[in-house]
Design a protein around this ligand. Sequence first.
Ligand SMILES: N[C@@H](CCC(=O)N[C@@H](CS)C(=O)NCC(=O)O)C(=O)O
Length: 173
Amino acid sequence: MLELFIANKNYSSWSLRPWILMRELEIPFIERLVPFGDKMEPNPFRNFSPSGKVPCLIDGEATAVWDSLAITEYLAERTPQVWPADASIRAWARSAVGEMHSGFQALRDRCTMNCGLRVRIDSYSPALEKDLARLDELWNQSLARFGEPLSCWAVIHRCGRIFRACCIPCTDL
Ligand SMILES: N[C@@H](CCC(=O)N[C@@H](CS)C(=O)NCC(=O)O)C(=O)O
């Protein structure tokens, strides 16, 4: 049985990515939730994750997958519904996911994940505005092209001036 190590769901958007994906696609797994602690040394995440970060997927004795995108690809090898069936839509989805995985630095720095808080931002730096404009573009493009936001990640959804984390499963178009 696959084991998915994650941290607190309120704080760890990286953890939620494979967690949501696996739940949505009904891929069986054992959830191992290891809460964030104080900056403990040695880092307790190192007990299961080579990078000392979550999420980390463990498949038996031999396989550890310690990055959310690598986990997605590992699951896609055995679960075709992870990515859209159509090659062109799949390319779009992979690009959007890659962009989300490696970009949006200003948004990440300014709007860290905490589902227990409603955050009102009083000053928007040009870098943050740029990230938000690109996020809107990505979201609207997906709505226009596919009729729904298409992403297998939790994405930060801009809702007026309030930010919410919301998640949209990837659909098999
Ligand atoms: N690129 C990694 C990022 C993982 C990551 O930064 N995880 C954070 C939690 S959300 C973490 O484990 N932080 C603990 C630390 O840095 O010590 C992924 O996609 O899995």
